[in-house]
Ligand binder design. Structure first.
Ligand code: CMP
Length: 140
């Protein structure tokens, strides 16, 4: 299987509870390698642009407020079939539906404060990686 990349965000609910290491450990144990990582405070513009696909959804404004409410850790993850591997270890969007042992089952507080984001396709991974990282910041 091909080694690919995906984009991950450790969200404000997780950084607030000092879970950056705990979340990253689960990602690494799932066979993903962190090839870029930075802790940032997202601006409103960044959050609105990142989640533009959800602009018409009722939760869009609250989601953008939440994502700018504290630090996040944006990461590029590399591994075999990275998008699926990451989505498997993250678990379902709503922690109430997430499988045992997944990041969201273990740590998410709600469907909004769900601890992590992960790209949903290779195409979106490339777009999302380029949104936050210069090529030179990614060291595989
Ligand atoms: P994420 O993977 O970052 O992509 C979009 C986010 O919107 C999602 O995780 C959730 O945090 C959030 N989200 C999705 N559905 C809902 C919902 N029904 N109510 C609130 N937030 C939601």
């Amino acid at each position: 299987m091909a080694v690919t990349r995906t984009f991950s965000i450790i969200k404000p609910d997780a950084t607030r509870r000092n879970l950056t290491g705990a979340v990253t450990k689960l990602l690494e144990e799932a066979g993903l390698r962190v090839v870029a990582s930075k802790r940032i405070r997202m601006t409103r513009d960044q959050a609105e642009g990142f989640y533009a696909v959800h602009k018409e959804r009722p939760f869009y404004n609250d989601l953008c407020s939440f994502m700018t409410s504290g630090p996040v850790v944006v990461q590029v993850l590399e591994g075999e079939d990275a998008v699926k591997r990451n989505r498997d270890v993250m678990g379902a969007t709503n922690p109430a539906d997430a499988a045992e042992g997944t990041i969201r089952k273990l740590y998410a507080e709600s469907i909004e404060a769900n601890s992590v984001h992960g790209s949903d396709s290779d195409d979106n991974a490339a777009i999302e990686i380029a949104y936050f990282f210069q090529p030179g910041e990614i060291v595989g």
